[in-house]
Design a protein around this ligand. Structure first.
Ligand code: AMP
Ligand code: MG
Length: 282
């Protein structure tokens, strides 16, 4: 069978509201039939394009442009968020990346509304922002652990949609990704963290407490997807049991976002010929 095109891979992982998360197989590789080896080659190829477009975006930002891209990564513990940062974002110049991970809010963060710390971390023009966890934790862990009332959670979906609309209107292209792993796959990955001294640092005993609430997290993710999937900031559910697939899929999503900007190199804001003449005279 002929290899699927990038466009179809993107379509395959674009979420349709109402689709039950359980109907998406975390071990599947939608839009990709060619296995791991070719996927890794393809990732390298996509990476070169990403790198070129990122430089154009950066140049545009330096030249008075207002556009940026924001990749939002969500997923259960061990779903591979960090791996995406390393293997996909790692393909572009770190100079143009604004990376932020969001953990438990600090005292100061808690004294503000939940979007405060998010707004402080947004990519400025020309940057690719990457959120490892995000404002969505405030409707995920907050919902599962009843950190606020359900009424507050319901209101947050609306606040998030409004916030993202303003963000898009101000020139940020948002790419929202849920890395989708299975309960069994998480067990294997947590077990690995407990077997390998080089992975202990990633392990947190609290991960098991959260794992025990898997069905509640599944409900919270489902509701998040259904309530905050918009035409201006759609969700993508990326099956992530196969790490190579998830990396390829996210790279294709980022590439599509950058391509949609129709980037060009900024015009010189000086007289090129005059500058050549001045230089030649030195
Ligand atoms: P990690 O990404 O493994 O470093 O873990 C970060 C932890 O911070 C996770 O357990 C998240 O659920 C938690 N966290 C992130 N954002 C929030 C939030 N807004 N409220 C409560 N916990 C959060
Ligand atoms: Mg963790």
């Amino acid at each position: 069978m002929a290899r699927s095109t990038a466009a179809s891979l993107k379509d395959e992982v674009t979420f349709t509201p109402g689709t039950p998360l359980e109907s998406i197989d975390p071990a599947s590789t939608p839009g990709w039939e060619d296995g791991q080896k070719k996927a890794e080659k393809e990732l390298a190829r996509v990476g070169e394009k990403l790198s070129d477009l990122q430089e154009q975006l950066f140049a545009e930002g330096r030249s008075g442009g207002s556009r940026s891209v924001l990749l939002v990564l969500q997923g259960m513990d061990s779903s591979g968020k960090g791996g995406i940062v390393r293997h996909v974002i790692g393909l572009v110049d770190p100079q143009g990346v604004a990376h932020q991970s969001f953990g438990k809010p600090t005292e100061e963060e808690l004294s503000h509304d939940f979007l405060w710390r998010i707004k402080n971390a947004l990519p400025t023009p020309g940057y690719i922002g990457v959120f490892d966890r995000s404002h969505y934790e405030d409707v995920l862990v907050a919902r599962v652990n009843s950190l606020v009332t359900q009424d507050v959670i319901e209101e947050r979906y609306n606040l998030i949609n409004q916030f993202e609309k303003e963000l898009v209107d101000s020139g940020t292209t948002i790419v929202k990704v849920m890395l989708h792993i299975s309960y069994d796959e998480q067990k294997d990955r947590l077990a690995e963290r407990l077997e390998r001294p080089d992975k202990f640092w990633k392990y947190n005993p609290g991960d098991i407490d959260e794992r025990l609430k898997w069905p509640a997290y599944t409900d919270a993710f489902q509701r998040m997807l259904d309530k905050t999937d918009t035409d201006y900031a759609p969700w993508h559910v990326v099956p992530a049991s196969e790490k190579w697939y998830a990396r390829l899929a996210v790279s294709e999503l980022l590439l599509a976002a950058l391509e949609s900007l129709d980037l060009t190199w900024p015009e010189a804001d000086f007289d090129v010929e005059a500058e050549k003449a001045r230089l030649a005279a030195t």
